[in-house]
Design a protein around this ligand. Structure first.
Ligand code: PHE
Length: 337
């Protein structure tokens, strides 16, 4: 009986099997238990002999089970450790990082350049009053130049701003008419345009305003020159062309020399040698006056640019809609490591 039991115990490969063996031999109805229970039927002489034997068998089996149990547990633990082991020498899986949108990157770059020249960054509301978007900028009601910017009106007096220029007027009013101003204002603007490769009904602008005593056109040119070279390269030239904006007088448009032809004319600049990048001018005396600055004491310059256009020129993006359709293949190219 003992031999039979220990053989079975040795063969057991799972704790469950061991448990079954334990029940079969030592349980209430187990074979060893039966022998012990049957002791009463034995003769006086047989009893101690058989009793001792049975007890020996019982403890031998118990011990064998305990040993096997321990061995099984050790094996199981070893197996588990093996399975769950981590190979620290395996190459790591790349973490997928997000990244800033190209437009965000460009706008922050532009902001940093002007902050470096002492400008502060200000913001204004996207839902603007007709007064700030037009009137305070020398565009009275029915002024024909309002047609230059097809607008989304919300009510008679409220519209989605068509430009960041209203922040000029807001800033001058906030400054109170007797302090110099150096500010840029980045933000989203809206125009009633049909979207195509170069038009979007929503886009961004960065406006700049510099007001002080004796500010001259040469100051404007100097600041814009620094900006153009920092943004597009030291080898770029700038050129100012006469233009028109109701809130600046004189008004200019700024071109940078084309890198491809070095300013001599090619397909990129359509043969002109120059690429237009922004509008600017000396703040119109009416605009200064309406917002509380005395045009006989103060003068200023302002400029406005489109970060999409800057990014398109800098990175060769040929469709403005790329900025707004969220094609990850496009956006990922400009993520910085
Ligand atoms: N607000 C003008 C535009 O949207 C740009 C501009 C800003 C021109 C400031 C001159 C001065 O076209």
């Amino acid at each position: 009986l003992q031999q039979e039991a220990t053989d079975k115990i040795q063969q057991a490969s799972e704790p469950k099997e061991l448990q079954a063996i334990k029940v079969a031999y030592l349980g209430k109805k187990g074979s060893v238990t039966k022998v012990l229970k049957g002791m009463g039927k034995l003769s006086k002489e047989e009893r101690p002999v058989i009793g001792e034997m049975a007890n020996q068998v019982r403890s031998a089996i118990t011990e064998a089970i305990e040993k096997k149990q321990e061995a099984l547990e050790t094996a199981l633990l070893a197996e588990k450790l093996e399975k769950e082991a981590i190979d620290v020498t395996l190459p790591g899986r790349p973490v997928r990082n997000g990244g800033a949108h190209l437009l965000t990157t460009i706008m922050e770059e532009i902001e940093d350049m002007f902050i470096g020249m002492g400008f502060e960054v200000r913001e204004g509301p996207q839902v603007e009053t007709d007064y700030f978007n037009f009137e305070a900028l020398n565009l009275p009601k029915n002024h024909p130049a309002r047609d230059m910017q097809d607008s989304f009106y919300i009510t008679n007096e409220l519209l989605l701003r068509t430009q960041t220029s209203p922040v000029q007027a807001r800033t001058m009013q906030a400054y109170g008419g007797d302090k110099p101003i150096r500010m840029i204002c980045p933000g989203i603007v809206y125009r009633r345009d049909t979207d195509d490769a170069t038009h979007s009904h929503q886009f961004t602008q960065i406006e700049g305003l510099f007001v002080d005593k004796n500010v001259r056109m040469s100051d404007l040119k100097g600041v814009l020159n620094v900006f153009a070279k920092k943004m597009f390269g030291e080898d770029r030239e700038i050129r100012l062309r006469p233009s028109f904006f109701p809130f600046t007088e004189p008004s200019v448009e700024m071109d940078i020399s084309c890198k491809v032809c070095g300013g001599h004319g090619c397909s990129v600049c359509k043969g002109t040698g120059w690429i237009e990048i922004l509008g600017a001018g000396m703040v119109h005396p009416n605009v200064l006056e309406m917002s509380g600055y005395d045009p006989d004491v103060y003068s200023g310059f302002a400029f406005g640019m489109g970060p999409e256009r800057i990014a398109m020129l800098k990175y060769g993006v040929n469709d403005i809609r790329q900025f707004y359709t969220n094609d990850k293949r496009f956006l990922k190219q400009y993520h910085q490591a």
